[in-house]
Design a protein around this ligand. Structure first.
Ligand SMILES: Cc1cc2nc3c(=O)[nH]c(=O)nc-3n(C[C@H](O)[C@H](O)[C@H](O)COP(=O)(O)OP(=O)(O)OC[C@H]3O[C@@H](n4cnc5c(N)ncnc54)[C@H](O)[C@@H]3O)c2cc1C
Length: 527
C-alpha cells in the first residue's frame, strides 16, 4: 500500500495542468495507461481557441461557445472558460509551448462556428503534441510529481462514502493500491465505444465508468460529437483531417463532384460540426443505404502552401499517394469528442467526496449539446487548474481503511479473444444504433444488443493479470449503455444528438441536462 497526497488519473492536458498546481502542496502521482504522450491531447491538430484580443474578443468567444452548444451551455462555466483561458495560455507560453508565429506575432486561424480568428496552433497541425511535450518537460522539472507510465487505474477505492485512492495495474500485470487524500479523474474521452473514431486506443471511458461505479452522477452522455472529416480509405486509420482545412477554404464535394453544403447551412463548410457530419452522412448514402465517402477539395487554393500549413496531414496523405493541392481526399464522419461525462461543479468536484474530474472525462456543461471547435484543449487547461484548486482547498485527510481484497483473474487467452470479438460487436452496434442518426427503434435494438454483450462479459473476473482488456470492455459497456439510455430519454434533436423520430429541438421539455444515475435511470435537470 502506497500513500500520496494527490492521485491524478491521466496525463493529458487536464491531468498535467492540475498536477503542476497540486505539486505546490504535496506529493502527486500521475498515472497513464500507455506512454506519457499517448492521449487525445497529443493527437489534437487544429489548435486551442483563446480570446487574447481583449474584452470584445472574450465576449464573442462566449457567444460563439453558447451558440454552438445549442441551448444547453452552462453560461457560468463558459464564462469561466473564456475569461480564464487567456491567463492559462499565457502560462503555457512561459512554460515554453511554441505556438506558430509570423514576424514574432502569434498566428491565429479560424474554425467552424468561430466569429473570429482566435485559434493558436503549433507546428502547423500538431498543436496537441507541442502542448503535451512542453507540459511534460515542465512537469518533469517538478520533484513532487511522479509520472507512472503503462499504469492503468482499475477501480476507485471507496470507503465511508468517499474516494480514498485507487487500485492500479502495472505493465507486468501487478496490482498496487494507492491511497490519496483526493483523486482527480483526467482520463479523457471514450471514442473507442464506436467502431469509427479519431480517438486513440486509450480512450475507453474508464474514468467515467469508475466514477459511475463509485456512485458519481454522469451527465449529458447522449451528446457525442462526430467529426465530419476523418480520412476514409479501406484499411487506413480514421485519421483526422482537421477543420482547419475547411478554415483555409476546403470545399466538400459529393461523388458527383458537386458542392453540397449550401443545401444544409448558410455557413456552408464552416457550419457547426453536427450539421456538417449529418450532411456528409446523408450525401454519402447510395440508393441501397450503403455509406460512401465524400471528398475534401482544396485544388482551387493557390495562395497557401498547404504542405507547409499542414505538414502532419500532408505527410499522412503522402503515405496513400494523395496530395492536398492535387487530389480529392475521401472523408466520412467518426466519433470524436464526448460532451458528457462525470458531472462536476465549476471547480471539478463530483457528488462523491474525494473525487474530482476535469477535461473530457468531466461534464461542467461548458460545451452544452455541441462543443465549439478547439474549445476542449482550453477546457482541460482551465478546469484542470480549477480542480486542483478545489482539491487543495478541501484539504481532505488520508483515509484509513485496509487494502481492498482483489480476486485473481480468470481470463485465459481464449476468453481474451472472445472478449475482443464482443468489444468489436459493441463498437459496431454503437455506430449503427447510437451514432449520427438515431431513433427509438435503433436505440432499443442497441440496448438489447448491449445487454447481451454485458451478459457475455459478466463471467470474467477483473483480477490481476491481463486485466486491462477486461477493464476496458467493462468501461465501454458502461459508457455504451449510458449513451443509449440518455439518447432514448431525450426525445428531441439538439446539437450532436439527432433523432429521426423527433427531428426538432424541444426547449419546453428538454432544455435541461440529462443525469444518468446508478440504477441506469435518466432524469433531466434544469440548466
Ligand atoms: C485526433 C484528435 C484531434 C483533436 N483536435 C483538437 C483540437 O485541435 N483542439 C481541441 O481543443 N481539441 C482537439 N481534440 C480534443 C482534445 O484533444 C481532447 O478533448 C483533450 O485533449 C482531452 O484532454 P484530457 O486531458 O481530458 O484527456 P486526454 O488527453 O485524452 O488524456 C487522458 C489520459 O488518461 C489516461 N487514462 C485513461 N484511462 C486511464 C486509466 N484507466 N488509468 C490510467 N490512465 C488512464 C490516458 O492514458 C491519457 O493519459 C482532438 C482530439 C482528437 C482525438
Amino acid at each position: 500500500m502506497e500513500h500520496v497526497d494527490f492521485l491524478v488519473i491521466g496525463a493529458g492536458i487536464a491531468g498535467l495542468s492540475a498536477a503542476i498546481r497540486l505539486a505546490a502542496v504535496g506529493k502527486v502521482l500521475v498515472v497513464t495507461k500507455e506512454e506519457l504522450a499517448e492521449s487525445n491531447t497529443a493527437y489534437a491538430q487544429g489548435g486551442i481557441a483563446v480570446a487574447m484580443g481583449g474584452d470584445e474578443d472574450v465576449a464573442l468567444h462566449l457567444e460563439d461557445t453558447i451558440a454552438a452548444g445549442d441551448g444547453l451551455v452552462n453560461r457560468e462555466a463558459a464564462t469561466v472558460l473564456v475569461e480564464q483561458g487567456p491567463q492559462r495560455v499565457e502560462e503555457l507560453l512561459t512554460w515554453g509551448t511554441g505556438f506558430d508565429r509570423e514576424n514574432g506575432e502569434l498566428m491565429r486561424t479560424r474554425e467552424g462556428a468561430h466569429s473570429r480568428s482566435r485559434i493558436l496552433h503549433a507546428n502547423g497541425d500538431a498543436t496537441g503534441r507541442e502542448i503535451a511535450v512542453s507540459l511534460l518537460r515542465h512537469v518533469r522539472e517538478i520533484p513532487a510529481i511522479e509520472l507512472m507510465e503503462w499504469t492503468t487505474s482499475v477501480d476507485l477505492l471507496v470507503e465511508d462514502g468517499r474516494v480514498a485512492g485507487a487500485t492500479l495495474l502495472d505493465g507486468e500485470g501487478g496490482l498496487r493500491v494507492v491511497r490519496a487524500r483526493a483523486v482527480l479523474l483526467a482520463s479523457g474521452g471514450a471514442g473507442q465505444v464506436y467502431s469509427d473514431t479519431t480517438n486513440p486506443a486509450v480512450a475507453t471511458g474508464d474514468g467515467i465508468a469508475m466514477a459511475y461505479r463509485a456512485g458519481a452522477a454522469v451527465s449529458d452522455m447522449e451528446f457525442y460529437q462526430f467529426h465530419p472529416t476523418a480520412f476514409a480509405m479501406k484499411g487506413a486509420p480514421r485519421f483526422l483531417l482537421s477543420e482547419a482545412l475547411r478554415g483555409e477554404g476546403a470545399y466538400l464535394v459529393n461523388a458527383k463532384g458537386e458542392r453540397f453544403m449550401e443545401r444544409y447551412h448558410p455557413l456552408l463548410e464552416l457550419a457547426p460540426r453536427d450539421v456538417v457530419a449529418r450532411a456528409i452522412a446523408r450525401e454519402g448514402l447510395d440508393e441501397k443505404g450503403v455509406a460512401h465517402p465524400v471528398f475534401l477539395d482544396m485544388r482551387h487554393i493557390k495562395d497557401v502552401d498547404l504542405h507547409k500549413r499542414f505538414p502532419g496531414i500532408s505527410a499522412f496523405l503522402a503515405r496513400y499517394s494523395l496530395d492536398l493541392h492535387r487530389d480529392l481526399i475521401p472523408v466520412r464522419p467518426a466519433a470524436h469528442y464526448l460532451m458528457g461525462g462525470v458531472r462536476t461543479d465549476l471547480m471539478g468536484r463530483t457528488n462523491v467526496k474525494g473525487l474530482y474530474a476535469a477535461g473530457e472525462a468531466a461534464c461542467t456543461g461548458v460545451h452544452g449539446a455541441n462543443r465549439l471547435a478547439s474549445n476542449s484543449l482550453l477546457e482541460g487547461l482551465v478546469f484542470g487548474a480549477r480542480a486542483a484548486k478545489a482539491m487543495l482547498e478541501d484539504d481532505l485527510p488520508m483515509g484509513s481503511a485496509d487494502r481492498t481484497k482483489e480476486s485473481p483473474s480468470n481470463l485465459d487467452l481464449t476468453s481474451l479473444e472472445e472478449m475482443k470479438t464482443q468489444v468489436e460487436t459493441l463498437q459496431r452496434v454503437m455506430w449503427a444504433d447510437g451514432g449520427l442518426l438515431r431513433s427509438e427503434g435503433l436505440l432499443i435494438e442497441g440496448l438489447r444488443m448491449q445487454t447481451q454483450i454485458a451478459a457475455s462479459l459478466a463471467p470474467y473476473d477483473c483480477g490481476a493479470e491481463k486485466c486491462r482488456a477486461m477493464l476496458e470492455a467493462e468501461s465501454l459497456s458502461c459508457v455504451a449503455r449510458a449513451i443509449l439510455f440518455s439518447a432514448l430519454a431525450r426525445k428531441e434533436s439538439r446539437g450532436a444528438h439527432f433523432r429521426n423520430d423527433y427531428p426538432k429541438r424541444n426547449d419546453a421539455e428538454f432544455q435541461k441536462h440529462s443525469i444518468y444515475t446508478a440504477d441506469e435511470k435518466v432524469r433531466f435537470e434544469d440548466l
